[in-house]
Design a protein around this ligand. Sequence first.
Ligand code: ZN
Length: 326
Amino acid sequence: MNKKLLILPLFALIALQACRNKTNQNADENGEKALPLVSPDFNADSAYAYTKAQVDFGPRIPGTAAHQKCVDYLVAKLKSFGVDVAVQGEKTQTYDGKSFQLKNIAAAFNPDKTNRVLITAHWDARAFSDQDTDPANHAKPFDAANDGASGVAVILEMARQIQQKQPEVGVDFVLWDLEDYGKANDETPDETTWCLGSQYWAKKAITTGYKALYGINLDMVGGGSAQFTQDEISRQAAPNVVNKVWEIGNEIGYASYFTKIPSGKLVDDHFWMNKAGVPSIDIIHYNDNSGFYINWHTQLDNLANIDKNTLKAAGQTVLETIYREK
Ligand SMILES: [Zn+2]
């Protein structure tokens, strides 16, 4: 994700003061009875273990051994959940003139079903921690436990649950490569140096006539004190999906995470999913008072700063959304 276009509307800042205090509790903390769910129980310990497994390879930077080991792991893990898995991509040039073999990982449950939902996250790690408070760290890689691994881990846990009990709709999972290799101050309108995996996929999806009811992209869904505010692209392109997911999140006990507060335009992979004709939203850690996850693109985006409660909130909400779909 690029920072340039993240304009926090003034009204969100004002709304913040009013909402801050009453959105700090979830169902577990205040003892409310959670509603019976139609979805299986999302296991946050399992999602945490999948986060750790990725982090243990080292930073999954395109072109590195860690990246190759991780793609092998993700393909094998998804296959173990009984889905067909394909690695898709082509030689792709990054803004700095380097060239990498793009490796998007696609898995489809019930490929014959017409009604499908598309759930995605990026699996690559950014090559430099250029938001670190210490400039000496700007050229160094980082663990990308939240910015990358967490969304993928939530998807792996959802896939594990789906294998046990199928929802009524078909589910497509795509794990994006080369999301996070973009230029820090990309001035192009669509920030095209970022999200290379989803840009490639979108072109293909248009050619093949891919259809889904909607898409949900997960990005940084494992950090502490997370708020998933509602970004402008999601609100404009897929307002019904935003409302549905945030409503479910609130209903099942995660109101402190799924805050119904608008945020600015975040060009993330959902932007390209929308370009491909799939109404898509982003569930991304972007707090109404402080913006992105505090350790975003820094050395501190590591396993020690992963919070299982956030993995649970994101995972259970998306899983419940999938299982309510017909
Ligand atoms: Zn990032």
